[in-house]
Each structure stands twice: as C-alpha cells, then as structure tokens.
Design a protein around this ligand. Structure first.
Ligand code: GDP
Ligand code: GDP
Length: 500
C-alpha cells in the first residue's frame, strides 16, 4: 500500500542499476544469467526524505525469442497496474531502439503518470538518446546516471508531488482512523525537514531563495573521469562554458550570487562533471551558459578551505572544461605568482581569459593599481596581449554588469574564423613589411596560410625551412594577426609546415 514506483524499459537500459541505487542494496541482479527468467523485484527505497516501494521489471530479455510483445506486456502490465507512477528508462548513450518506441506507444495509452528517464548520461551533451527521448511524446526527459548517482535531484523533483499526495492521504487516514487506508509502513516525515527540503528543491530549480542550494551532490567516491575523456564532454557549440577561478576570499561566491541572483532561469546544480567540479546552467540574454566551478561553490568544501591556496590539479581540470576562464583578483591584494601561473595555464590550454579585479570599492589609487596590473599582464603574457581587465565590486554590484558582455565578446573572438583568401592577402603584406630572415644564403619563404581551427584561433603556414624560422618572427606574425584581425586577449597559434 506504500507509494509504488515501477521501473520500466527495454533490457539493458539500467533498470536494475537504478533499482539498486534507490534501494541501496545489491538486491536486484545486474547482468543476470541468460535464460533465467527473473521475476519482478520489490524493494523499499529512499530518496531524500521520501520512502516508497520500487518495482523492477528487469528480466524481459528472456522474452525476446518468440512472443516478445506478449511477455513484455504481461510483466510490465502487472508492475504497471500496481504502481502509482512509472519511471520509463531509456539509454541516453545508445539511443532509442524500436523497442523503446514500442514501450512508449504502450505507455502513452495508460492514464498513470509516466516519466521518461534518460539513463547513462554522464555529462556528454551529445548523448543521442537524450534528445531522441524528447520525441517519445511523453513529456520532459530527466537525464541521470544510475550507475554514478547523477541527476538524483531530478528524480526527487519527479517524486515529490506523488510523495506529498500519498503522505497527505496517510495523515488523513490516521486522523480519521480509516484502518483500511492506513499503510503500516508509512513514516511521517518531520515537518521542518520537509520544509527544508522543499526550500532546497525550490532553490535548485529556480535559483531563487537561498544563495546556493546545499544539495549534497552524490557521486560514487570511486567515480573519476576517464583519463581518455576529451574535454569535449562539456563542449556544446550552443553553450558557453564559463569558469570563474581565483584564490579563496577574492569574492567568487559574492559574484556568483550577483550573477545568478538576477538570472532566475538557472537550473541545476548538475552533479558529476568531475568529483570536484559542479556546473550550473543558466542563460544570459538568451545565450545558454554553463558555469563550471570547483568545489568552491559548495559551502561544505568552503569551510574546509583553510589553506590559502588553490589545488593546481583542480584548477587545471576546471580550466579544461571551460572555454572562457575568468580569473578573479582581490584589488587590495594585487596579482601574485599563483594568479600568474593560473593565467599561464589558461593560455597554454588555449582558453579565452578575462581578468576580473574585485573589491574595487576599497581601492584608493585606482589608476595606479590598474596601470600596474596592465603592465604586469602585458609583460608576462606578450603572446596574448590585450587580455581584458575588468574592475568591479561584487559586493555592491557596481561594474559587474560588464562581465557577461565581455565573456560573450571574448568567446566570439576565440571562435573566430578568417577566410583563407583574406589570410593570404594579409600574409603577403606582412611578410613584405618585415621580410623573413635569410638562412644560409636563402630567404625563408612563407607561401600559404590557412586557418586550421578556431577555439583558439590556430593557423597553418606553409613555409620553406620551417625549423629555421626564428621565434621572434612567429611572434611578429601572431601580434600582427591579433592587431589586424582584432583578436585581443586570446591565445593565437601558428603551426609551420615545410614543403621542402
Ligand atoms: P536492465 O537490463 O535494464 O536491468 O539493465 P542493468 O541494470 O542490468 O544494466 C545494463 C548495463 O548497463 C550494465 O552493464 C550496467 O552496468 C550498465 N549501466 C546501468 N546504468 C548505467 C549508467 O548510469 N551509466 C553507465 N555508463 N552504464 C550503466
Ligand atoms: P570566495 O572565497 O572567493 O568565494 O569569496 P567570498 O565571496 O566568500 O568573499 C570573501 C570576502 O570578501 C567576503 O567577506 C565578502 O563580503 C568580501 N567581498 C566580496 N566582494 C567584495 C567587494 O566587491 N568589495 C568588498 N569590499 N568586499 C568584498
């Protein structure tokens, strides 16, 4: 009589894995022996403060041979008839199969609430099944990873209204002494705890109320990004990946509250980018933004951050996930070696960089501080002259409205593509302005140029005696490209190719 949730879906989508995750025990058998017909399994599950019964319908693979539809229907129908709501699992990685569609057709005809869950989504935006799942006509899709415990907050959102309805019925049954309706297993949740949960969920889904949702983000301790995983995991052309890094106490949290406080469309937080990074998706003037940050955004971790240092490993990981990196400085503390090291890492990783100087309200000699910083950056990073420097006060909000436009600008520069014809006209002109050196009696010739890729802007130049071309000449070319094509502040790369 408890609240009953059925997990439905074709074989191998991860039903047993989700069942295990919810029940918290290895009750269901993952990867059962073929040929052994498994029954439906029941387990008592907990999610947040809710408790309910889950029904796992794994075991449909045995029905594959002859009357697949019949058997499937039998098993699923029994589970479905019993349940209050169903989680319909599909495989986000593998994409949909005809069997998924068959299930969907069948479920669509039922009256019970059905929620589409795209499982095995471990942060890869391009998982095909995730998008296909929207086409099933069963409403919104919740991406999760049952194996790694990601997206459980979405399941909480799904479950909550059903739980509340069930809980209210139970309370009423008890009040009225309606024995036939009382569920012996029902545990009433503490009102305060309940209110706290609701506040957190509201904060997580709307970005309102609390600063940051204090969701304990769950992940398997053992779960690490695969070594071979490309940062493309978080690359999505339509979305800007932004990281805001900086030493403790420079005002990162204050800034994020400023940014997100005004942007009520925030969704998330999304767990599981890595063990130490979390992301918040929101949008700025219609542009989707994914804010990637280290554990700095998590309050719990912050308390432990007694050491005035950032871990290089964490920072590097965040930089790799990001496309645009904002390094925040404290104006009263100026730039130090560690900040310069991080800036160097950002440029070496080929990311776009913005320097943001916070606490500008407490600076007296504003011109002096600015000049010193500009000089320091230009001398330290000649290869990325013109890195944007912003000054603001996250506390008062003064000047912070310039951050996002700067992010969009530099992202566009970083993504710029220059037509080959323009590049070759430019190459001819710039090599005439300042001729390449003569090596053992013959002048090096730069013959042809094309843009190899953007993000960051990278160019191939076909060149005689490429190995002999001095560094200083390459720098001259890079600076020329930066000035002539207006690409300040982003790393520019040139690859020389010899044809002889
Ligand atoms: P069922 O047949 O639907 O019950 O699926 P299982 O739970 O037996 O899972 C099938 C396979 O998918 C197993 O190898 C699981 O380890 C794997 N799997 C389940 N959930 C996830 C997930 O979230 N991510 C990944 N990468 N694999 C998963
Ligand atoms: P985080 O560790 O980088 O997240 O830094 P916090 O956002 O927690 O800020 C550290 C301290 O600096 C807090 O006491 C903030 O109130 C203060 N702070 C943040 N921004 C400003 C600012 O613009 N001006 C001044 N004067 N103080 C600020």
């Amino acid at each position: 009589m408890s609240l009953k949730v059925a997990i439905i879906g074709r074989p191998n989508v991860g039903k047993s894995t989700l069942f295990n995750r919810l029940v918290g025990k290895k009750l269901a058998i993952v990867d059962d022996q073929p040929g052994v017909t498994r029954d439906r399994r029941y387990g008592k599950a907990r999610l947040g403060h809710m408790h309910f019964e889950v029904i796992d319908t794994a075991g449909l693979e045995e029905a594959f041979d002859d009357s697949i539809e019949g058997k499937m229907r039998q098993q699923s129908e029994m589970a479905f008839d019993e349940c209050d709501l169903a989680l319909f699992l599909v495989d986000a990685r593998a994409g949909l199969t005809p069997l998924d569609n068959h299930f969907a057709d069948w479920l669509r005809k039922r009256k019970k609430p059905v929620y589409v869950i795209a499982n095995k989504h471990e942060g890869r935006d391009q998982d095909p099944g995730l998008y296909e799942a929207y086409g099933l006509g069963l409403g919104d899709v919740a991406p999760i990873s049952a194996e790694h415990g990601l997206g459980m907050e979405l399941l909480i959102d799904i479950m909550l209204p059903h739980w509340e309805e069930y809980r209210d019925k139970q309370r009423k049954a008890r009040q009225q002494g309606d024995i036939s309706a009382i569920d012996a297993d029902f545990e009433d949740d503490d009102e305060d705890e309940d209110a706290a949960w609701q506040a957190e969920i509201a904060a997580a889904t709307e970005g309102g109320g609390e600063k940051f949702p204090s969701f304990e983000i769950s992940y398997d301790e053992e779960y690490e990004e695969d070594e071979g995983d490309e940062p493309t995991v978080f690359r999505d052309n339509s979305k800007i990946q932004l990281a805001i890094v900086g030493r403790p106490n420079v005002g990162k949290s204050t800034l994020l509250n400023q940014l997100l406080g005004e942007n009520r469309v925030m969704t998330g937080p999304q767990a599981g980018l890595t063990r130490d990074a979390i992301a918040v998706d929101w949008s700025y003037e219609g542009r989707p933004i994914r804010l990637v940050d280290t554990a700095g955004m998590r309050r719990k971790k912050k308390i432990d951050d007694r050491v005035e240092k950032l871990s290089v490993g964490d920072t590097l990981r965040v930089i790799r996930y990001a496309q645009v990196v904002v390094i925040m400085l404290d104006a009263t503390n100026t730039i130090d070696k560690q900040d310069l090291t991080i800036a160097r890492m950002v440029l070496e990783e080929g990311r776009a960089l913005i320097i943001a100087v916070n606490k500008w309200d407490s600076v007296v000699d504003k011109a002096g501080v600015m000049q010193a910083l500009r000089d320091k950056l230009d001398s330290s990073f000649a290869q990325a002259r013109g890195i944007p420097i912003l000054t603001f006060s996250a506390l008062t909000g003064r000047g912070t409205d310039r951050l996002m436009p700067t992010v969009l600008d530099i992202y566009d520069i970083w993504s710029r593509r220059i037509p080959t014809s323009q590049l070759n006209r430019w190459l001819e002109a710039i090599t005439e302005r300042h001729l390449p050196p003569v090596i053992s009696g013959r002048r090096i010739r730069l013959r042809y140029m094309t843009q190899a890729k953007s993000r960051p802007p990278s160019f191939f130049i076909n060149c005689s005696k490429a190995a002999e071309l001095p560094e200083s000449y390459t720098r001259y070319l890079i600076n020329g490209l930066r000035d002539d094509f207006d690409m300040p502040g982003v790393p520019i790369r040139i690859f020389l190719r010899s044809s002889d």
